[in-house]
Design a protein around this ligand. Sequence first.
Ligand code: HEM
Ligand SMILES: *[C@@H]1O[C@H](CO)[C@@H](O)[C@H](O)[C@H]1NC(C)=O
Length: 318
Amino acid sequence: MASSPSFLPLICCLFLFSASMASAQLTANFYSQTCPTAMSIIRGAVSTAISRERRMGASLLRLHFHDCFVNGCDASVLLDDSATITGEKTARPNVNSIRGFEVVDTIKSQLERACPGVVSCADLLTVAARDATVALGGQTWNVVLGRRDSTTASLAAANSDLPSPFLDLPQLISEFGNKGFSPQEMVALTGAHEIGQARCGVFKERIYNETNIDPSFALAMQRNCPRTGGDGNLAPLDSTTPTVFDNAFFRNLVNRRGLLHSDQQIYSGGSTNAQVDRYRLNSAAFFTDFGNAMVKMGNLSPLTGTNGQIRTNCRRPN
Ligand code: HEM
Ligand SMILES: *[C@@H]1O[C@H](CO)[C@@H](O)[C@H](O)[C@H]1NC(C)=O
């Protein structure tokens, strides 16, 4: 059908239209000619990493988020500090918290061996986030690719643009709104907390001083998170099925068993309660919305065409 001459003007206009959108140059088959094994290399390496440590799936998913929310999905989060670059790894939301860099290095060196200088670190993070979600039981979504890597990072943007766990619902809505996400998409994305861990220091205030919390859950959490000290002690974001990407996180919220203040905010009597109820009862609805919101997150200001570069080492510009 596409080869029929009568469709050419339509195809032409669709192309011009899509070329004006930010994600225009990201495509599903970006590496199918230049690195046909890229997808299976990433999937295999993610699966190996997760079989060594299930939490790594969560850590990889979070890296993509912390990349995309800070000046777009350009792998800036992966840059190490150097004489010429101040990276994002010491930003408040990242320091002693984001992880998975060694796994990214491993995947990148496998990609470089197969197809030198072809697959970007930003696309690596995009695919790894999807594959990690699927490996832990989530539903797949179609990624679009063609992002390129930055040569710079922004510590200031990492400090200002990543949401804090101490925010209330209106602030969460507004911070995600600043990135173009609806409140519904914000709730779906928060469902990433289906998996992974948080440090005592970020949920201490909640388990000792908040009232919108199940008392027995608060007591259980206090056992490994003392009032003073122990700030690095870990607890699962989803205490029911910590390493399975299902919809238990939303059932926990309804039982006032959200670990982070920000998580419980999306079920605290406000405008997002009904959506949490929907996801709690219908995991398919959550999975679909999560996948769509992840694709949208992956489209945040990518570098494409001749902008940026394909780093050979994700930790530093070429
Ligand atoms: C709604 C606003 C959000 C806030 C305030 C927030 C905050 C946090 C905090 C404080 C932690 C624990 C970090 C630590 O103690 O080391 C965490 C972990 C995590 N976050 Fe979020 N987050 C948000 C949204 C998201 C989104 C949109 C994603 C991904 C799409 C995500 C993925 C994760 C994952 C997977 C973990 C666990 C990481 C691991 O175990 O290594 N978060 N988040
Ligand atoms: C809880 O509130 C009390 C009284 O306001 C305060 O002294 C304490 O630092 C707060 N945080 C924790 C973790 O107990």
